[in-house]
Design a protein around this ligand. Sequence first.
Ligand code: 3H9
Length: 719
Amino acid sequence: MANYRNKGGVAVIELNNPPVNALSFEVRSGLMNALKRAHDDKDVKCIVIHGKGKNFSAGADIKEFGGTKQQKPWITDACRLADESSKPVVAAIAGTALGGGLEVALFCHYRIGTPSCRVGFPEVQIGVLPGAGGTQRLPRLIGVKHSIDMITSGRHVMAEEALKLGILDKIVTDDIIEEGIQFAKSVVGIDVGGRILRNRKVEDAGSKVFDDEISRVKKKYKGYIAPLFCLKAIQASMQLPYDAGMEQELKLFQQLVSSGQAKAQQYTFFAERISARWQLPSGANSQTASPLPVKTAGVIGAGTMGAGIALCLITSGIPTVLVEQDQKFLEKGVKTVEGDLRGSVALKKMTAEQANKAISVLKTSVNLEDLHDVDLVIEAVYENLALKKEIFAKLDKICKSKTILCTNTSSLDIDTIAEATKRRDKVVGTHFFAPAYIMKLQENVYGKDTSAETVATVMALGKRIRKVPVLVGTCDSFVANRMLHPYATEALFLVEEGASPYEVDQALEDFGMPMGMFRVSDLSGLDIGYKVRKEAAKRRGIELTSDTRFVNGERVCLLANVLVEKGRLGIKSGKGWYNYGSPGKREATPDPEVLDTIEEYCRKYDIKKRKISSQEILERMQLAMINEGFKILEEGIVSKPEDIDIIWIYGFGWPKYMGGPMFYANEMKLKNVYRKIRDFHQNYPFSIHWTPSKLLARLSETDLPISKWTSLINSNSKL
Ligand code: 3H9
């Protein structure tokens, strides 16, 4: 709703729907009535609109999209009187004015904001476009070029920049409502005609600008349709009169709202927030547990991962000690950090000043003892259980009793590592993804003794260092890599059976993955997987050679080992599944030598090859991994499907417009997913990953939407 009061001739209208004052049906109706009242009241000389609490408004209520509450008045109906009023209308902005919130402000004649306020059109990130005049009014205020930038990126613009662009008329420092009232009074009597945006013309930027932008946007936001629709709507503002432009904007908005991409992107928006609300089996949760302060941190291991993690910490202002046992490796790690900082400055992702500030809080050491005073340590040495246990035992003696000890292991048992210490409650997994500075996922893994306070601390740390933290339980390889395993295994089987690695990658990239499986393997280094496989086999008492075809009756394909043994380690050696010309180069070209190696391998084992369609490639890789996802849910390793989707989106770049693998399964209908998995199980009986999940079997009978799975899982813990 919207509150109304008359303060000495100033109508003060408050958008009231905390915490973000989303423009629900009630708020839109309330705003329309309040503007009418102010318009009709002869005592009122001017009008101020502000938001209740900390925010102006975060825009339309996304939950209403596609629902019954999406009904008139629209935001445009609610605001029409602001446009038509001869009384000055001022938007007084604190916190955020986003999407429809900024559109309300653009219907006002003036906009003032606090120094920390932010404005923007983030609609594109939830698969739609500003549909209440934003694409028609912003170009009339700040021109086509800046409007394209803001609307297609969805970025938030801070107060200073908003003032420079002309979105804000003034930045004020006192109470925003009082400032709004004073400002409104100061403009009473000044003709508002020139301030009404619908009356302004949009400068003709020419059609070439749009041709160039279409190419840029297609490249930058590959696969996403909303940015292209945004361009069409902005172009309409230039080509059509205001009313016709508004009609065109609404038409494009409605097309997007009903698209599958918008549904998936909006699911992702809420999934991220649902996933942030964690819970431990004990019942302790994000509401009840408080994090410990992390004023200083330590990172052990200055390899690619360690250096990347240290970079995340120092760029977030956390003084960090980077420890490596060997001075030469340490120097190499520091060079990596410095190089990445320089790269960020060159790409204008940070200023030289910020880079200098970050490096100034990095200390280095070859002595673990230098971690005696830090609040949290992240160990990022290579994947060896004995080594990790040794380090944790030492840390336990060196560090303060309150220090939290984290391991970046991607597969090892947290409880076994914790057993090396006398503070098992303070041991936790913080699994980062390569490259650690870029990839947003932080998979936090609790062990059986990890305390709620420890979990709260690493979840809060994740947010602070601009990651997306997700909490998972401990099991072999946790969630991300455990699901990756059947996905990658199927990729290799497909190659054995006749698809080339390049066809596999093409199918995945056409689907929307940023990189195919084989390119990712080359980037990570084939030797890493090789070592992990050997270690895992050793733990299970198995000896693996490239001739191994079955392990305990289960089919395996060790083609990747054959490449490693030929010295093809991926990008680092200039050759892997692809040819890169020379070590470190990124441009991947298919390599006939690899195809020959595969041919030779298949001949050796008498494997018959056949033509494999891209549909089969996607189904086998994705359904194998989705089946594993249901097993993970069934075992309670994560408590909700949203956790899995966020892991795949931020850990492996699953396209947001496809909503994550569990959402994708939901869209395919679970009965179809289950049927196909059962068929694959019949056709490929030697792959345990095709054994259908019991949870999937049950859910497929119910046809419940993904939003209801969690309640069914919780009410049927014994499935
Ligand atoms: C639009 O405006 C279309 C128009 O152009 C045209 C229409 C015709 N709706 O994120 P937080 C909830 S499209 C419904 O945790 P923060 C959120 O789910 C809209 N709910 O806080 C959460 O609920 P819960 C364009 C919303 O401080 C709670 O509010 N606007 C909406 O970290 C707190 O949110 C956007 O896309 C919403 N619009 O961040 C902006 N927004 O506690 C989307 C939030 O139950 N919003 N909620 O989990 C944001 O980016 C962030 O929420 C914001 C605050 C930056 C505002």
